[in-house]
Design a protein around this ligand. Structure first.
Ligand code: ZN
Length: 193
Protein backbone atom coordinates (compact mmCIF):
# COMPACT_ATOMS: atom_id res chain seq x y z
CA UNK A 1 0.00 0.00 0.00
CA UNK A 2 1.63 3.20 -1.08
CA UNK A 3 -0.89 5.77 0.18
CA UNK A 4 -0.30 6.82 3.73
CA UNK A 5 -3.03 7.51 6.22
CA UNK A 6 -3.99 11.15 6.39
CA UNK A 7 -6.20 12.54 9.11
CA UNK A 8 -9.10 14.91 8.56
CA UNK A 9 -7.05 17.64 10.24
CA UNK A 10 -4.09 17.21 7.91
CA UNK A 11 -6.39 17.42 4.91
CA UNK A 12 -8.18 20.48 6.33
CA UNK A 13 -4.81 22.12 6.82
CA UNK A 14 -3.62 21.43 3.28
CA UNK A 15 -6.81 22.81 1.79
CA UNK A 16 -6.60 25.88 4.00
CA UNK A 17 -2.99 26.49 2.95
CA UNK A 18 -4.01 26.39 -0.70
CA UNK A 19 -6.81 28.90 -0.11
CA UNK A 20 -4.48 31.14 1.88
CA UNK A 21 -1.94 31.06 -0.93
CA UNK A 22 -4.26 31.71 -3.86
CA UNK A 23 -7.58 33.20 -2.69
CA UNK A 24 -7.35 34.36 0.95
CA UNK A 25 -10.61 36.33 0.57
CA UNK A 26 -12.40 32.98 0.74
CA UNK A 27 -11.33 32.51 4.37
CA UNK A 28 -12.83 35.89 5.24
CA UNK A 29 -16.16 34.62 3.92
CA UNK A 30 -16.24 37.18 1.12
CA UNK A 31 -16.38 34.83 -1.85
CA UNK A 32 -16.38 31.20 -2.98
CA UNK A 33 -13.13 29.52 -3.97
CA UNK A 34 -12.80 29.87 -7.75
CA UNK A 35 -11.62 26.36 -8.54
CA UNK A 36 -11.94 26.88 -12.29
CA UNK A 37 -9.62 29.87 -12.17
CA UNK A 38 -7.19 27.99 -9.95
CA UNK A 39 -7.13 25.02 -12.34
CA UNK A 40 -6.73 27.20 -15.39
CA UNK A 41 -4.08 29.58 -14.02
CA UNK A 42 -2.26 27.96 -11.12
CA UNK A 43 -2.63 24.17 -11.19
CA UNK A 44 0.34 23.65 -13.46
CA UNK A 45 2.74 25.71 -11.33
CA UNK A 46 1.48 24.28 -8.09
CA UNK A 47 1.32 20.57 -9.02
CA UNK A 48 3.06 20.10 -12.38
CA UNK A 49 -0.20 18.80 -13.83
CA UNK A 50 -2.04 20.45 -16.72
CA UNK A 51 -5.77 20.89 -16.99
CA UNK A 52 -7.54 19.54 -20.06
CA UNK A 53 -11.21 19.71 -20.90
CA UNK A 54 -11.82 16.55 -22.87
CA UNK A 55 -14.58 15.29 -25.16
CA UNK A 56 -12.97 11.85 -25.11
CA UNK A 57 -13.58 10.66 -21.57
CA UNK A 58 -15.46 7.35 -21.49
CA UNK A 59 -19.16 7.86 -20.84
CA UNK A 60 -19.96 8.31 -17.18
CA UNK A 61 -16.48 9.58 -16.28
CA UNK A 62 -16.56 13.20 -15.13
CA UNK A 63 -12.91 13.69 -14.33
CA UNK A 64 -9.64 11.85 -14.01
CA UNK A 65 -6.15 12.49 -12.76
CA UNK A 66 -3.20 10.72 -14.35
CA UNK A 67 0.29 10.85 -12.86
CA UNK A 68 1.80 9.25 -15.97
CA UNK A 69 0.42 11.92 -18.28
CA UNK A 70 0.70 14.72 -15.68
CA UNK A 71 -2.83 15.74 -16.43
CA UNK A 72 -6.18 16.47 -14.82
CA UNK A 73 -8.92 15.82 -17.35
CA UNK A 74 -12.41 17.18 -16.95
CA UNK A 75 -15.36 16.21 -19.11
CA UNK A 76 -15.86 19.08 -21.56
CA UNK A 77 -19.61 18.53 -21.67
CA UNK A 78 -19.83 18.91 -17.91
CA UNK A 79 -17.72 22.06 -18.08
CA UNK A 80 -19.85 23.62 -20.80
CA UNK A 81 -23.24 23.11 -19.19
CA UNK A 82 -23.98 26.04 -16.86
CA UNK A 83 -26.62 23.94 -15.07
CA UNK A 84 -23.82 21.64 -13.89
CA UNK A 85 -21.58 24.37 -12.58
CA UNK A 86 -21.80 23.32 -8.93
CA UNK A 87 -21.09 19.70 -9.76
CA UNK A 88 -18.23 20.81 -12.01
CA UNK A 89 -16.72 22.70 -9.06
CA UNK A 90 -16.82 19.68 -6.73
CA UNK A 91 -15.43 17.42 -9.47
CA UNK A 92 -12.52 19.78 -10.15
CA UNK A 93 -11.77 20.18 -6.45
CA UNK A 94 -11.76 16.42 -5.99
CA UNK A 95 -9.27 15.99 -8.84
CA UNK A 96 -7.10 18.78 -7.39
CA UNK A 97 -7.13 16.74 -4.17
CA UNK A 98 -5.62 13.79 -6.07
CA UNK A 99 -3.14 16.10 -7.80
CA UNK A 100 -1.89 17.55 -4.49
CA UNK A 101 -2.24 14.63 -2.11
CA UNK A 102 -1.54 11.59 -4.26
CA UNK A 103 0.32 12.32 -7.46
CA UNK A 104 3.58 13.23 -5.66
CA UNK A 105 3.42 9.89 -3.80
CA UNK A 106 2.80 8.01 -7.04
CA UNK A 107 5.72 9.72 -8.74
CA UNK A 108 8.07 8.93 -5.86
CA UNK A 109 6.94 5.32 -5.79
CA UNK A 110 7.09 5.07 -9.57
CA UNK A 111 3.53 3.83 -9.65
CA UNK A 112 2.64 6.06 -12.52
CA UNK A 113 0.13 3.67 -13.99
CA UNK A 114 -2.49 4.48 -11.38
CA UNK A 115 -5.29 6.64 -12.74
CA UNK A 116 -8.03 8.15 -10.60
CA UNK A 117 -11.36 8.29 -12.35
CA UNK A 118 -14.42 10.01 -11.08
CA UNK A 119 -17.50 8.21 -12.22
CA UNK A 120 -21.21 8.78 -11.82
CA UNK A 121 -22.58 9.69 -8.39
CA UNK A 122 -19.29 10.10 -6.58
CA UNK A 123 -18.32 6.45 -6.87
CA UNK A 124 -14.91 5.78 -8.30
CA UNK A 125 -12.62 3.14 -9.59
CA UNK A 126 -8.93 2.89 -9.01
CA UNK A 127 -6.98 0.62 -11.27
CA UNK A 128 -5.01 -1.31 -8.72
CA UNK A 129 -6.96 -1.43 -5.51
CA UNK A 130 -10.45 -2.35 -4.60
CA UNK A 131 -11.97 0.23 -2.26
CA UNK A 132 -12.93 -2.37 0.31
CA UNK A 133 -9.28 -3.33 0.75
CA UNK A 134 -8.38 0.14 2.00
CA UNK A 135 -9.16 1.47 5.48
CA UNK A 136 -11.06 4.75 5.26
CA UNK A 137 -8.22 7.04 6.30
CA UNK A 138 -5.94 5.53 3.67
CA UNK A 139 -8.53 5.46 0.93
CA UNK A 140 -7.36 8.06 -1.60
CA UNK A 141 -10.94 8.61 -2.74
CA UNK A 142 -12.07 9.45 0.79
CA UNK A 143 -9.07 11.79 1.09
CA UNK A 144 -9.81 13.54 -2.21
CA UNK A 145 -13.48 14.13 -1.24
CA UNK A 146 -12.41 15.32 2.18
CA UNK A 147 -10.03 17.75 0.49
CA UNK A 148 -12.69 18.99 -1.96
CA UNK A 149 -15.07 19.69 0.93
CA UNK A 150 -12.43 21.58 2.89
CA UNK A 151 -11.39 23.60 -0.15
CA UNK A 152 -14.89 24.65 -1.21
CA UNK A 153 -16.41 24.91 2.28
CA UNK A 154 -13.74 26.08 4.75
CA UNK A 155 -14.70 24.97 8.24
CA UNK A 156 -14.54 28.39 9.88
CA UNK A 157 -16.60 30.10 7.20
CA UNK A 158 -19.22 27.34 7.27
CA UNK A 159 -19.39 27.51 11.05
CA UNK A 160 -19.89 31.29 10.96
CA UNK A 161 -22.69 31.04 8.40
CA UNK A 162 -24.45 28.42 10.53
CA UNK A 163 -24.05 30.54 13.67
CA UNK A 164 -25.63 33.47 11.84
CA UNK A 165 -28.58 31.20 11.08
CA UNK A 166 -28.08 31.15 7.31
CA UNK A 167 -30.44 28.65 5.63
CA UNK A 168 -28.92 25.66 3.83
CA UNK A 169 -29.77 27.00 0.38
CA UNK A 170 -28.08 30.34 1.15
CA UNK A 171 -24.95 28.51 2.29
CA UNK A 172 -24.95 26.34 -0.82
CA UNK A 173 -25.19 29.48 -2.96
CA UNK A 174 -22.42 31.18 -1.00
CA UNK A 175 -20.03 28.27 -1.59
CA UNK A 176 -21.48 27.46 -5.04
CA UNK A 177 -21.87 23.77 -4.27
CA UNK A 178 -24.77 21.30 -4.36
CA UNK A 179 -26.79 20.80 -1.19
CA UNK A 180 -26.00 17.05 -0.76
CA UNK A 181 -22.28 17.89 -0.77
CA UNK A 182 -22.88 20.64 1.79
CA UNK A 183 -24.82 18.24 4.02
CA UNK A 184 -22.10 15.58 3.84
CA UNK A 185 -19.51 18.22 4.77
CA UNK A 186 -21.64 19.27 7.75
CA UNK A 187 -21.93 15.65 8.87
CA UNK A 188 -18.17 15.14 8.51
CA UNK A 189 -17.56 18.19 10.71
CA UNK A 190 -20.19 17.17 13.25
CA UNK A 191 -22.36 20.24 12.52
CA UNK A 192 -26.12 19.89 12.87
CA UNK A 193 -28.01 19.31 9.64
ZN1 ZN B 1 -11.03 10.31 -7.21
Amino acid sequence: MIFSGMSKNEIEFKAQQLIQEFQPDVLAGRTAFDIEEFCELDLKNKTGLSLHYSMQLPSGIHGLTSAADSVVMIDAELAENPLNRKFLRSTMSHEVGHALLHVPTLKLARKMDIVFKQEKSHSEKINLYRKSDIPVYRNPEWQAWQFAGALLMPKQVLENLLKQGAPIWVISEHFQINIPFLRSRMRALGFKN
